[in-house]
Ligand binder design. Structure first.
Ligand SMILES: [Fe+2]
Ligand SMILES: [Fe+2]
Length: 377
C-alpha cells in the first residue's frame, strides 16, 4: 500500500505541473496502469455524432473505435455500471473483434463509467490484464474508480475549454467583419490572413500560444474601417487625395479601438491594425515606419493580407494568378515586405495555397469600375 501511495503522490505532482489538458489523460492512464498493475489501460470517450466510443488514450494500440453498445466498454457505457470480468472469453458481452485485429489476448477486464457532473455517462475507463496475479482485486476497482473521477473532470474541462475557444474565435471573426455590408472583403479573407500568419509564425519557431495569438489578432487588421464614412468606403471608383487621407485613418481607428487592453491578444491586434499598411522601406502608412520599427505582427499581416487580396476575386478586380502574385511579392521583397518573411513565404507557398483552397469564397460579380491598387487590400 505504501508503494501505491508513492505512485499516487508522484502522479499527482505530474498532473499538477501539467498545463496542457490534452496531456493529462495519458498521465491518468499511466497512473491507473501502475497503480493497479494492469498491462494496459484505455480511456474511451463517447462521440454523439457517430454513436461510437473511441479511445482518447490507449496503451499499446492505435486509436480504437467501437459501436457504443458493443463489448464490455459498450455495456458499461449503456448501463453506467462498473464491470469486473475474470475471463473475457467466457463473457458473452466481450467482443473478440478488437483482439483479432490487434493480435492481443485479453484475459481479464476492469471497466468503470466516466460520468459528468450531471451524472451522465460520457465515457469508459478500462484496464486490461492484471499483472503478477490472476485477477484484479476489490482494491483495484476502488483505485480505478478514483482515477476515473479525475479523468471525468479532465474530459469535462477539456470540453469546456474547447467550447470557450470556439466561441472566442467566433466572436473575433464576426466582429472583425463588422463592415460586412460595406466592404467587399469576405469573412474567409479575414480568417485566411490569420492562418497564413500562423504558418509564418510556426516556421519562425514561435511557441504554440504565440502562434494562436497572431492567428486571431491578424483577422482584426481592418476593424477600424467601421470609422470610415460611407462616402469614402462605399465610393465606386478611385479615391481622391482627401478621400485617401480619410481611408488611411482606418489603421489609427483600429488601433484606438483595440489598444490599452491587458490581453496580449488585443495588444497584438492593436499593432496589427495600426501597422498592416506600413512597408519595409518606409513608404507605407500611417506613419511611414521602416524595417524592424514595424512590429513582426504588422509585417506578417502585411504580407498575408496582400497575398490573399491579390489572389482573390473582388467586385473591382479579377483574382491574380499564383504566378503573378508570387512575382509581385518577390519584386517587393525588401520594398513593401520584410525580406526574411518573403523567403519564409516562398518556402511555404504550398501551405498558403492549401488554406486558400480550403476556405474558398463565393465568387463576386465583377462591376467594371476602376480602383486604386492600394484599395485592393
Ligand atoms: Fe487595411
Ligand atoms: Fe484585409
Amino acid at each position: 500500500m505504501e508503494s501505491k501511495l508513492r505512485i499516487l503522490l508522484d502522479y499527482s505532482a505530474k498532473i499538477n505541473r501539467e498545463k496542457n489538458v490534452d496531456k493529462i489523460l495519458p498521465i491518468l492512464a499511466d497512473l491507473a496502469k501502475n497503480l493497479i498493475n494492469a498491462d494496459r489501460c484505455s480511456i474511451f470517450i463517447y462521440d454523439k455524432n457517430k454513436n461510437k466510443l473511441w479511445t482518447i488514450v490507449a496503451h499499446g494500440v492505435e486509436r480504437i473505435e467501437i459501436p457504443a453498445d458493443k463489448g464490455i466498454a459498450g455495456y458499461v457505457f449503456q448501463t453506467g455500471k462498473e464491470v469486473v470480468v475474470e475471463d473475457a472469453y467466457k463473457d458473452p458481452r466481450f467482443d473478440k473483434e478488437v483482439d483479432k485485429q490487434t493480435g492481443y489476448r485479453t484475459k481479464n477486464i476492469l471497466a468503470v463509467p466516466l460520468k459528468d457532473r450531471y451524472g451522465q455517462t460520457i465515457g469508459v475507463f478500462q484496464a486490461i490484464n492484471k499483472l503478477n496475479a490472476d485477477n484484479f482485486s476489490k482494491e483495484d476497482l476502488d483505485l480505478l474508480r478514483h482515477v476515473a473521477l479525475y479523468a471525468s473532470t479532465t474530459i469535462e474541462t477539456k470540453d469546456l475549454y474547447q467550447k470557450l475557444k470556439k466561441a472566442h474565435e467566433d466572436v473575433i471573426y464576426r466582429l472583425s467583419h463588422a463592415t460586412k455590408f460595406k466592404d467587399p472583403e469576405t469573412q474567409n479573407h479575414i480568417i485566411r490572413v490569420g492562418l497564413y500568419c500562423a504558418v509564418l509564425a510556426k516556421e519562425i519557431g514561435w511557441k504554440e500560444e504565440d502562434i494562436e495569438i497572431i492567428k486571431l489578432a491578424a483577422p482584426m487588421h481592418d476593424i477600424g474601417k467601421v470609422g470610415i464614412p460611407d462616402r469614402v468606403l462605399l465610393k465606386p471608383g478611385k479615391l481622391n487625395k482627401e478621400e485617401w487621407e480619410i481611408m488611411k485613418k482606418h489603421t489609427i481607428y483600429g488601433y484606438e479601438i483595440l489598444k490599452g487592453s491587458d490581453s496580449k491578444l488585443l495588444q497584438v491586434a492593436a499593432l496589427v491594425a495600426l501597422e498592416h499598411h506600413e512597408r519595409w522601406d518606409g513608404t507605407g502608412y500611417p506613419y511611414g515606419k521602416k524595417g524592424e520599427k514595424i512590429s513582426i505582427y504588422g509585417r506578417m499581416t502585411a504580407l498575408s493580407d496582400v497575398f490573399d487580396a491579390l489572389t482573390s476575386k473582388r467586385p473591382y478586380k479579377p483574382a491574380w494568378s499564383l504566378e503573378k502574385t508570387i512575382k509581385f511579392i518577390k519584386e517587393n521583397k525588401g520594398k513593401h515586405f520584410d525580406p526574411d518573411l518573403v523567403d519564409i513565404f516562398l518556402k511555404n507557398v504550398s501551405d498558403f495555397i492549401e488554406i486558400k483552397e480550403r476556405l474558398k469564397d463565393e465568387e463576386p460579380e465583377l462591376e467594371n469600375i476602376p480602383r486604386d491598387f492600394d484599395f485592393f487590400y
